[in-house]
Design a protein around this ligand. Structure first.
Ligand SMILES: Nc1ncnc2c1ncn2[C@@H]1O[C@H](COP(=O)(O)OP(=O)(O)OP(=O)(O)O)[C@@H](O)[C@H]1O
Ligand SMILES: [Mg+2]
Length: 378
């Protein structure tokens, strides 16, 4: 496997050595796959859903077929077919009896063949209409149903099917998937409210068809050990306290932890002190400033004020509480709720539930939060 540039990669999966914890979640997913139970992974963005899928893939029995497709860029059923067929031929080698059948089938559909410019992996696309695409998708899945070994299909950014122009894509897909016993699915998506809508609304076809796996932060202790271990492996040191401070600053949000750690790692300093990470954090915020000022340009004034207020609070339980509204001079509670709706829609803020089950709101971007807090203090 390829080596990452730092032990804290920001994209791609580089094997379990560079993957922190998620042991329980991995075990749960593997167990579900073994029992033919499909799983839906839900979390806020950049928490590690895609990473977890790749990690699980590496631990499935070797002979199983694991098929991964990210459907974010698909816009209709024919493109879903392209994405599925491409994933299938990349996952199942042509050599061998089972592979031959699959490849033969795909070739029989007269695909346009191309190669990914970066990875060189083959890609297929078909010039077909909707009805044909539907039939072909059904046929590919049936073929996998007859695969001699169990098959796991992970569909990332699954909520994208809601943007297809065709009606009730979920009902159609569910009706095919329902008939499969040899194929297990892992669904994952970064738009939490749409994923919730698809899987937890009783009137929707996928309701209760999968087990939900809510991905939270990696426990502080695990991440701290992971960070100190990797510095040590490179004959460098970082104290537990300093690692904890960095985890605090990044709110244990996986992507931001990785970002700060990789930047601190790249300083090449032998001993990581508070000053070193503070300086890296400061630089990151300076780099991001144009993005944050862009928010100010883009947002209606009320939304901007509310976003800054939520960022100052870090987590906010009651957006309509008098104290909060008065403190930040946000006007009426109804206008706060409207602004909040706007921020949730734009994915600049999200809500979740704490350990006690209390709902809270937070800004999506940890760096934005830290930027607002820093500027407040000055
Ligand atoms: N357990 C882990 N240990 C170390 N790094 C991780 C871990 N999980 C994820 N990462 C890293 O954190 C970042 C975000 O992870 P990932 O892309 O998997 O999140 P995601 O939830 O799929 O995000 P999105 O919602 O935007 O699709 C990536 O840089 C990834 O490499
Ligand atoms: Mg992802």
């Amino acid at each position: 496997m390829q080596q990452p540039l730092t032990p804290f990669p920001l994209s791609g999966y580089f094997g379990s050595k560079y993957f922190c914890d998620r042991e329980k979640e991995t075990e749960k997913l593997l167990e579900n796959c073994r029992h033919g139970l499909s799983t839906t992974i839900i979390s806020i963005r950049r928490m590690g859903k895609t990473g977890l899928i790749k990690h699980v893939a590496g631990q499935l029995p070797e002979k199983w077929a694991f098929i991964y497709l990210d459907i974010l860029y698909t816009e209709n059923k024919p493109e879903l077919l392209d994405s599925l067929a491409t994933a299938v031929i990349n996952a199942i080698p042509e050599k061998g009896r089972a592979g031959k059948k699959v490849w033969q089938f795909v070739k029989g559909l007269r695909p346009l063949l191309s190669f990914d410019l970066l990875t060189g992996a083959p890609q297929v696309s078909f010039n077909v209409r909707n009805k044909e695409a539907e039939q072909n998708i059904t046929d590919v899945l049936r073929l996998l149903e007859n695969h001699p070994q169990p098959v796991v299909i992970a569909i990332d950014e699954f909520q994208q099917i809601l943007n297809y122009p065709e009606n009730q894509v979920d009902a159609w897909l569910r009706s095919i998937i329902q008939q499969l016993n040899n194929v297990t699915f892992i669904y994952s998506g970064s738009q939490q409210h749409l994923m919730n809508d698809l899987f937890t609304t009783p009137s929707r076809p996928f309701y209760r068809s999968t087990q939900l796996l809510k991905l939270k932060s990696i426990p502080r202790e695990s991440y701290r050990n992971f960070i100190t271990k990797h510095f040590k492996n490179h004959k460098r040191s970082i104290s537990e306290d300093v690692a904890d401070d960095m985890l605090e600053w990044t709110k244990l949000h996986t992507y931001y932890v990785q970002l700060l750690c990789s930047r601190v790692f790249m300083t090449n300093e032998t001993t990581i002190t508070r000053n070193i990470w503070h300086e890296e954090a400061r630089k990151i915020l300076v780099e991001q400033e144009p993005v944050f000022l862009g928010y100010r340009e883009m947002l209606p004034k009320k939304q901007w004020q509310l976003l800054k207020a939520i960022a100052t609070e870090s987590t906010l339980n009651s957006p309509t509480a008098n104290d909060f509204i008065n403190n930040y001079q946000l006007g009426s509670s109804s206008s706060v709720l409207r602004a909040l709706e706007g921020l949730l829609d734009k994915e600049l803020a999200y809500y979740d539930f704490d350990e006690e089950g209390n709902k809270y709101y937070s800004p999506y971007d940890v760096l934005f939060e830290r930027w607002v807090q820093k500027n407040k203090k000055q």
